[in-house]
Design a protein around this ligand. Sequence first.
Ligand code: SF4
Length: 404
Amino acid sequence: MNISNNILKKVGLIPAVYLHIPFCKKICPFCSFAVRRDRANLHGKYLQAVIDEISRRAEMLKENEANENGKIISESTPLKSIYFGGGTPSRLTLKEVSALLDQLQEYFPWTAQTEISFEMNPEDVNSDYLSGLFELGVNRLSIGGQSFQSSILQQLDRCHNSADLRQAVKTVNNSPFSNWNLDLMFGVPEQSVASFKNDVEEALAGDPSHLSLYGLEIHEQTSFGKNKLIRKWETEHQEQFERMYLWAVERLEKAGLFQYEVSNFSKNTKEGRNNLLVWSGQNYFGFGVGAHSYFQQTRWGNVRSLRKYHQLLGDKNWPIEFEEKLTKKELASESLMLGLRSSEGINIEHWLDSYELCWSKEQVAFVQGLCDEARAFWKADYLCLTPKGLLLADRITVQLMPGN
Ligand code: SF4
């Protein structure tokens, strides 16, 4: 599958915007995102703050551009992608979503061609809400299903059960949305390979245009991270996780969902645009608590606390927790990592030339070893990882960075 489609052509200075909605009905024990328990009376102030952040970024951009070449933002190319992530964006009312999109339009123009993706939890899916979103211009959904087995959903302490998810899938299929993703999770404590296979089969029967498969990650600061039994289970079942993943990659490919990145599978041309833009190194702005941005080789992340976010914006400061200008070496490493994680692989000669790097004899031998173990292969000048190699993508990136 060719993922370098039109989406990556004719992109403006800022082709992608991410909007973080931190509210969740309750906090899942494995979640490490910037989230907080939802209360409807928090929405108004938060959305106003997000709009404030958006308008100030647009202002900054205008000044930048005026300084550089006299262009102004209103002349810029419309956004290719808007992504509502969280948290749970479906905690917002349609009126709130509408207000946010209207305000965004004033500063970062979008059109009917913009992909507007919206994360939802199954318990929030109903036909009125979906029709309303569609009318507002949302054209892609992402459903946080995780599993069709109630026992696994209980283990994850989710708000929905298997019946809710089945109903949500039905409702989406009877709605105007044909472009939608389903998230599935593997590596959950007590989840057997057979149970995961059933999840994948049931997901395929629901006919989503995109599937994201996430291995459960245990983060220290979460309830799961503090649970010794869960950590032990994770350490002892690595081999089982690998079997689940490798089986799923093969099964999804047979079903016509092609892997375009370690965790992401889609029908042809239905790759998530936000993913493609961010992973190809385009600039993007993230707004809201915990949101990350990348602009002109500088990356920053917003504060995760709602209180601090309001305070900093109220004081006319940027609500930023960290900011870093990437060094040439960091840019090289990031481009290698993103290339290796994608199905297209990376043109190694071009990459080495662009960053004025050279592989050592050991690194050349390491790549040969990966090919011998069927973890990697060459497609002309492109080095690609097989599913077995993708499981080690982070480690392989470190080994292939000259100077490491
Ligand atoms: S619903 Fe999603 S974002 Fe919210 S706490 Fe659970 S995993 Fe985190």
